[in-house]
Design a protein around this ligand. Structure first.
Ligand code: SF4
Length: 318
């Protein structure tokens, strides 16, 4: 499968409560139980948080399904169609499913999962925040997992050492890295959860969604990517300080070029770098292509902070 684009993405979950279900993938698979039997529901060019599955296969046929989908994709896609969504824009999905079905021994079960989308109203399960911050009950009574986000996805050595010590002292010595750029310390006694959370906070991790950095994402930027026009990580830290100063907490995505590596989705607010320290600001608008409606051009981070503050004042005045 080396012919696949490096961005061709697969996701697989076992139906747990804490699962990344809102991130689009070329092929996604999600376990579900129907009449006592575990099946793998799947979809193409979408995500289980938003899309109903196309069909399901028996669990034992999951691997064969993945192979069949990838083979059918490589056989059907033209060179410029590097992602599943490109192919399905040109090829009826039923035709593609038939090509997949021909490669399988067992049937594609279309009826088994027709109600599946209704069963998944919340992408990460009822009552759970969207990026694994906080304390999660485990199935073992009295045990919890404690989660905290890594600021802009950069876990440095001193943070990692502190987190490891917390895991050794209060958990079972293991750490889980999540798809939300956060860490989870599992198997902590419930009564120690607040101690662990305080330790994570002291280590520099983000422990609640009220902190502006919990809602800001940034690509690698010019510090680590030749395509970057601006140092997005540094600018994002600056923006977080400004937002905190103004009492604001906004979902902002900083991207150092239009490739948008940090977000497969369109964020409510996008800062697209124009040159070092300068950005065009877009507000998400489903009627418009790309990042949405252009709000202002070539702003410094200070100007972005001032604009957000002015917008919030005027909406409060309204
Ligand atoms: S969005 Fe552009 S600048 Fe940022 S990491 Fe991706 S390619 Fe590099």
């Amino acid at each position: 499968f080396h012919d696949l684009s490096p961005k061709f993405a697969l996701s697989l979950d076992a139906g747990e409560a804490l699962v990344m279900r809102e991130h689009p993938h070329d092929l996604w698979l999600s376990a579900l139980e129907v009449d006592g039997e575990v099946l793998l529901a799947f979809g193409l060019a979408g995500c289980p948080g938003h899309d109903a599955p196309l069909a399901a296969v028996a669990l034992a046929e999951g691997h064969a399904l993945v192979i069949a989908v990838l083979d059918a994709f490589l056989e059907s896609a033209r060179p410029e169609q590097t992602r599943m969504r490109h192919l399905l824009a040109a090829m009826p999905i039923e035709e593609f499913l038939q090509a997949v079905g021909r490669r399988l021994i067992g049937p594609l079960r279309r009826q088994a999962c027709s109600h599946r989308a209704l069963e998944l109203p919340n992408p990460v399960g009822p009552g759970l925040p969207a990026n694994a911050l906080g304390v999660y009950q485990q199935s073992v009574a009295g045990r919890v997992a404690v989660g905290a986000a890594v600021p802009l996805g950069r876990l440095d050595a001193s943070m990692l050492r502190a987190v490891a010590q917390l895991a050794a002292q209060w958990g079972d010595g293991t750490l889980r890295l999540t798809p939300w750029q956060s860490v989870l310390l599992p198997n902590v006694c419930g009564e120690h959860a607040s101690t662990v959370m305080a330790g994570l906070h002291a280590a520099g991790l983000i422990c609640n969604r009220e902190q502006p950095l919990a809602n800001i994402i940034a690509c690698t930027g010019s510090a680590g990517c030749v395509k970057g026009l601006a140092d997005t990580k540094t600018d994002a830290f600056k923006l977080a300080v400004l937002l905190e100063h103004h009492g604001l907490n906004l979902p902002v995505h900083l991207t150092a070029c239009s490739r948008s590596c940090a977000a497969a989705h369109i964020a409510p607010m996008t800062l697209l770098a124009t040159r070092a320290g300068h950005y065009d600001l877009y507000f998400r608008d489903t009627q418009q292509p790309g990042f949405g409606a252009l709000r202002a051009r070539d702003l410094t981070i200070e100007a972005v902070g001032a604009l957000f503050a002015a917008d919030s004042r005027s909406s409060t005045d309204d």
